[in-house]
Design a protein around this ligand. Structure first.
Ligand code: PMP
Length: 358
């Protein structure tokens, strides 16, 4: 079987163990004579899949009991709208830190619903760092960050202290990569197609007191309606929820805890950063203290060599290393399912490529 090492930013590589388990159950899930894909979302069998997935997530992430876990659709992008629709209340205003494309999109949608105060931005420096020098305004309903910027490879290693103001964070590209303290957030959301499995599912973890009735909202876009109906106001993305369950089972079996998984992620990222830091040929594009463990953008000494790097890596079975069009160069996305062997292969190719082209 010719599987590649897929360094895509998402949808991204999944563990073969997860894919094999899904394949083994594809035609006949646990003797039911049907695939999970074919099951009614109200059936006893699917409700078990759903409950088991949710409880595994609560356990692994240590989600406190005053938080609701919602399995929604529309991608992380729909949350850019749902969050202001549901959370702008008294002040009709939110504050945002602009760390690049994903925060910009969130700001654009927020501005259609209420006021956005951009308290800081690293745009003048091609979003190569996380701004930290600002005051959290008082007249806002929530404070918004993109915790790991997939495109620029920046990560908050310390959360802003927002006091009583709810912190809302886009964790699309870092969820489950490390343990987090959920109680520090008002809302966490993430598209599933990176560390949570497959596209089609959006995870929202929201503190219960932030869920309020608002009859003016379309039902599908109301957290209250979704929470009251236990994410089953309409047909949820059943197969993606099943896949998340398999991913969570795999994390538990393979790593035991998010603490252990973080150590492996640290090791993988450090292997690549070490090459970048000890080379005159490569350059990482993010300041050291804000580097992501999941998305690692870098360039060589020329655009021509960047292209050659990407093409040769592909020939050797390492695909999707091209950087986002707004940054150029390369980007290695090394989510949970990227093995240490995959990173070893990349690192050894990087060293060899440097020797041959410097
Ligand atoms: N936020 C971040 C940080 C992302 O990386 C992405 C997608 N790569 C999105 C939001 C948008 O997610 P979706 O495509 O699920 O709407």
């Amino acid at each position: 079987m010719n599987r590649v090492y897929n360094f895509s930013a998402g949808p991204s590589q999944m563990s073969e163990k997860v894919l094999e388990k899904a394949a083994s159950e594809l035609l006949n899930y646990k003797g039911t004579g049907q695939s999970v894909m074919e099951m009614s979302h109200r059936s006893k069998e699917f409700l078990e899949v759903f409950e088991s997935c949710r409880s595994k997530l609560i356990e692994l992430m240590n989600i406190p009991s005053n938080y609701k876990v919602l399995f929604l659709q529309g991608g992380a992008s729909l949350q850019f709208s749902m969050i202001p629709m549901n959370l702008l209340k008294k002040n009709k205003k939110a504050a945002v830190v602009n760390t690049g494309a994903w925060s910009k999109k969130a700001i654009k949608e927020l501005k259609k619903i209420g006021d956005a105060e951009v308290v800081a931005s690293s745009e003048e420096d091609t979003f190569s760092y996380i701004p930290k020098d600002y005051k959290v305004p008082e007249d806002i309903d929530y404070f918004y960050i993109c915790e790991n910027n997939t495109i620029y490879g920046t990560k908050y290693h310390e959360l802003p202290d927002t006091g009583d103001i709810p912190l809302v964070a886009d964790l699309s590209s870092c969820i489950l990569s490390e343990p987090i303290d959920v109680s520090k957030y008002g809302v966490i959301f993430a598209g599933a197609q990176k560390n949570l499995g497959m596209a089609g599912l959006t995870l929202v973890i929201i503190r219960e007191d932030l869920i309020e009735e608002n009859d003016a909202l379309p039902s599908m876009l109301s957290y209250k309606v979704q929470a009251d109906n236990d994410s089953m106001f309409n047909t949820p993305p059943t197969y993606a929820i099943y896949m998340l369950g398999l991913v969570l089972e795999w994390i538990k079996d393979e790593f035991g805890s998010l603490e252990n998984l973080e150590k492996v992620n640290q090791k993988k990222a450090n292997m690549i950063y070490d090459v970048l830091d000890n080379s005159e040929f490569y350059r990482g594009t993010v300041v050291k203290e804000d580097r992501s463990l999941m998305n690692i953008p870098f360039v060589t000494i020329s655009k021509e060599l960047d292209e050659k790097f990407i093409a040769e890596a592909k020939e050797q079975g390492m695909v999707n290393l091209k950087g986002h069009r707004s940054v150029g160069g390369m980007r290695a996305s090394v989510y949970n399912a990227m093995s240490v062997e995959g990173v070893e292969k990349l690192v050894s190719f990087m060293k060899d490529f440097e020797e041959r082209n410097k």
